[in-house]
Design a protein around this ligand. Structure first.
Ligand SMILES: Cc1cc2nc3c(=O)[nH]c(=O)nc-3n(C[C@H](O)[C@H](O)[C@H](O)COP(=O)(O)OP(=O)(O)OC[C@H]3O[C@@H](n4cnc5c(N)ncnc54)[C@H](O)[C@@H]3O)c2cc1C
Ligand code: FES
Length: 368
C-alpha cells in the first residue's frame, strides 16, 4: 500500500461504524436458538426493524464477523435483540449460543440492510411473510413495527419449522395474535409429532397458493411479500408469487446463506466467468482518506484491503449482506456474486468489495 495515511484496524475512530453493546439478557428460545437482548447504548441504537448487526468477536485469537438480524422493533421493544440459531459445526452460531452472559460486552457494526419497510398509519396493505427457521428473526421485528404503526394493514405469516420444539418465538407470536387480530400466523412443520394439527411437510407452490387464497384481504390497497429462509424455499415462494401475477417489486427477500457463499471469493468457482489476469492497483476512499493498494488475481478487493490492514467494513464476505458496499467512481470491476444488491443500487454504480475484482487499472471506490 502506498502514498497514503495508514489506518490500522486497532485505531478504530470513535463515532464511526463500530459500537459496543452490553448484553442485558440471554433468552433460550429453543434447544438450539438463543436471543441476546442488549442494554440501550448512549445515544440509543438507531435501527429499522428487519436490519442486521454485524457481530465482531475474537475466537481463539482470531477476529470473526457474522451478520445477525434484529428480532426486535424500535416501536415495541425497549431493548434491541438478535436471535441466533446453531448451524452444525458453525463457529460463531455455537459460540453465541454457549458463551454469552448478561454483562458481557460485544463489538458490532452499526445496523445495516434493506430488508425493512416504510410505515404509515393510513396504509391499508396486506403483508405476506414466508419464513423458515432463523429466517423468522427479521420478519418478527417487521411484524411488530407494522402492528404498532399500521392498524389497517393485515399480516399473514407462513412460518416453517422442523418440529414443535423448534418453533422460534412460539409464545411471543401467540401473544401478538391475541392482542392484534390483524396478525394471522400459520405454522408449518416438516417433522411434526403425530398430534400436530397444523400444516405439515415441505412448503410447495400448492401450499403457498392455498394460504394466500384462504387469507385474502380484498380491501387492501397494495400487497407486499417478505421472504426469509433457505434459498430453495425462497425460490419456490418467489416463482409461485410471480406465476400468480404478483409484481416482482413487491417481493422482498433476505438471504442468510446460499450455496454460492462457499464459492464467493474463489475465482475458479463455477459461474464467476471472466477473472482478472493481472495484479491491479485500486484506490479506495474511506472516511475522508484515500488508500491505494494492489489486488492480485487470486484476491477480492476486500481481501487485498484487509491484507494491508485497512479498516474496510465487512461482514458475511459472501456478497449477501452489503456491509462492504462501495460506489464505483471510476474503472471496471467484476463481481463474483451480486445477489445482495438491488437493481437500483447496481444502476447507481454500487459494488460489493468482498466479491469484486478490478478489471481495469483505474478502479476508484468510495466507501461511505
Ligand atoms: C444479512 C444476514 C442476516 C443474518 N441473520 C441471521 C439471524 O438473524 N440468525 C441466525 O441464526 N443467522 C443469521 N445469519 C447467518 C449468520 O450470519 C451465520 O452465517 C450463521 O450463524 C453461521 O455462522 P457460523 O459461524 O456458525 O458458521 P460457519 O462456521 O461460518 O459455517 C459452518 C458450516 O455451515 C455452513 N453454513 C454457514 N451458514 C449456514 C446457514 N445459515 N445455513 C446452513 N449452513 C450454513 C457453512 O458453509 C459451513 O460449512 C444471517 C446472515 C446474513 C448474511
Ligand atoms: S461483506 Fe457481506 S456483502 Fe460483502
Amino acid at each position: 500500500m502506498f502514498n497514503l495515511f495508514r489506518k490500522k484496524k486497532e485505531e478504530k475512530p470513535k463515532g464511526s461504524q463500530y459500537l459496543s453493546l452490553k448484553i442485558r439478557e440471554v433468552v433460550r428460545e429453543t434447544p438450539d436458538t438463543v436471543t441476546l437482548f442488549f442494554e440501550q447504548p448512549e445515544p440509543y441504537l438507531d435501527y429499522k426493524a428487519g436490519q442486521f448487526l454485524t457481530v465482531i468477536l475474537d475466537i481463539d485469537g482470531k477476529e470473526v464477523r457474522r451478520s445477525y438480524s434484529l428480532c426486535t422493533s424500535p416501536f415495541m421493544d425497549p431493548h434491541p435483540g438478535i436471535t441466533i440459531k446453531r448451524v452444525k459445526d458453525g463457529l460463531v452460531s455455537n459460540f453465541l449460543n454457549d458463551k454469552m452472559f448478561p454483562g458481557k460486552t460485544i463489538t458490532i457494526l452499526k445496523p445495516m440492510g434493506n430488508f425493512t419497510t416504510d410505515l404509515h398509519s393510513k396504509n391499508r396493505r396486506h403483508f405476506t411473510m414466508i419464513a423458515a427457521g432463523s429466517g423468522i428473526t427479521p420478519v418478527m421485528g417487521i411484524i411488530k413495527s407494522l402492528l404498532v404503526n399500521e392498524p389497517e394493514s393485515k399480516i399473514t405469516l407462513l412460518y416453517c419449522s422442523r418440529s414443535e420444539d423448534q418453533i422460534i418465538f412460539k409464545k411471543p407470536l401467540e401473544d401478538l395474535q391475541g392482542k392484534y387480530p390483524q396478525l394471522d400466523v400459520v405454522h408449518n412443520l416438516t417433522q411434526p409429532s403425530d398430534s400436530w394439527k397444523g400444516l405439515r411437510g415441505r412448503i410447495d407452490a400448492e401450499k403457498i397458493k392455498e394460504v394466500l387464497s384462504t387469507r385474502a384481504y380484498p380491501e387492501a390497497e397494495s400487497k407486499k411479500f417478505y421472504l426469509c429462509g433457505p434459498e430453495a424455499l425462497m425460490a419456490t415462494a418467489k416463482d409461485t408469487l410471480l406465476a400468480i401475477g404478483e409484481r416482482k417489486e413487491d417481493i422482498i427477500q433476505e438471504s442468510f446463506y446460499t450455496s454460492a457463499s462457499e464459492d464467493a471469493g474463489d475465482p475458479t468457482a463455477q459461474g464467476v466467468g471472466e477473472v482478472p489476469e493481472l495484479a491491479r492497483t485500486v484506490l479506495v476512499m474511506l472516511e475522508g482518506q484515500e488508500y491505494s493498494f494492489e489486488v492480485t488475481p487470486d484476491k477480492t478487493i476486500l481481501e487485498a484491503g484487509l491484507d494491508e490492514d485497512l479498516d474496510m467494513p465487512y461482514s458475511c464476505q459472501s456478497g449477501l449482506c452489503t456491509a462492504c458496499m462501495g460506489k464505483l467512481v471510476s474503472g471496471e470491476v467484476k463481481m463474483d456474486e451480486d445477489a445482495g444488491l438491488s437493481e437500483s443500487e447496481k444502476e447507481e454504480g454500487y459494488i460489493l468489495c468482498c466479491v469484486s475484482r478490478p478489471m481495469s487499472g483505474d478502479v476508484k471506490i468510495a466507501i461511505e
